[in-house]
Design a protein around this ligand. Sequence first.
Ligand SMILES: NC(=O)c1ccc[n+]([C@@H]2O[C@H](COP(=O)([O-])OP(=O)(O)OC[C@H]3O[C@@H](n4cnc5c(N)ncnc54)[C@H](O)[C@@H]3O)[C@@H](O)[C@H]2O)c1
Length: 366
Amino acid sequence: MRETQSNYKVAIIGCGRVSKNHWGPINDIEGFELASICDLQPERGQPLADKLSVPFYRDYDTMLQERPADIVCVLTPSGMHPHHVIDIIEKYGTHIVVEKPMALSQSDLVRMRNAAEKAKVKIFPIYQNRYNKAVQRVRLDLSEGRLGKIALGTVRLRWCRPQPYYDRDPWRGTWAMDGGALTNQGIHYIDLLQYLAGKVESVSAKMATQFVDVEVEDTFVATVKFLSGALGVIEVTTASRPDDFEASISILAEKGTAILGGLACNQLDCYTLDTTAETECSVEIPDAYGFGHWDFFRDVLEDLDGGKPHPISFETGCDAINLLNALYRSAEEGREVFINEKLASKRLGEENADLKAIYLAEATQA
Ligand SMILES: NC(=O)c1ccc[n+]([C@@H]2O[C@H](COP(=O)([O-])OP(=O)(O)OC[C@H]3O[C@@H](n4cnc5c(N)ncnc54)[C@H](O)[C@@H]3O)[C@@H](O)[C@H]2O)c1
């Protein structure tokens, strides 16, 4: 039972594919109340509002003026996250839950951090796979030294995203609003790689667009050197056909090997340190989004209630964005790039006024 009785009113902006992983936990967890939802496209938002019995708005300004919220979930296209997060914080001073990737560029992270500090609110970035049982078990053993020194950490993501996936919405497959396989799909796993194996020192990468007609890459490979001296390999593709196969991470360490597999690192396929954990820490999931959003929202509640700070802080959320940019920069320049060069990708998050105009709150007035 929660000791405090505060009920946090939550508003959702963006009623697309990921929204069920927000209204689901908000409805299920005592302490949250879904106040209202919003989408520029009424055909997406209105049926959902009817189903959930909450008011629907096309425009978030009207929504937040008429129905003040304590927390706003920003589930809009990735390249719009900084604009929407900062706009909402500055106008309404709410806490923010923001989907991955929280931003595309490091400069936007700075602007978001400054806005939150000024308004004294929190930004909670989503990396729900950190909650996977398999991830938690391996991380605990690594942090308590039971696996010893890491020799090699690898990511292998083999998913299928054919042309109709990109054609569904104008933002998909663009440098300004989405990024490629490494950003949209790979971000979870490059986050987990550092979560488990520690921070990266340098990367050498290559990318290509193989099977779809989009600006961004559908296939990305890199070699990695960690600060610890461990080496790593990243292989991320959405060009696997005809289906999704795996999103796995391997940690090869002095005292044992961990292979986290399944569709989204939801299984512990091999764990030489404790083979019983292979069953205990493997969980079936209905889709690649998994169940982590529920634990994530419980931790938001605990943080706002004054309990333990959220384990996924804004700052640790930035590590994956820094690595993402270094990886692209390496592929763009064809050289090894060091994280401490703090370089941004030349294209990820680039300005595109026409695309941005589609997703501004004012777009409803058009
Ligand atoms: N954590 C995960 O596993 C996960 C899974 C899927 C998507 N995501 C992320 O969630 C975000 C959304 O992805 P999606 O697949 O749900 O996209 P989507 O295109 O299906 O939905 C986005 C919705 O936002 C709406 N929107 C855009 N601008 C708006 C505005 N100004 N006001 C109101 N509504 C607005 C659009 O109309 C659209 O319906 C992306 O950043 C994506 O990377 C995360």
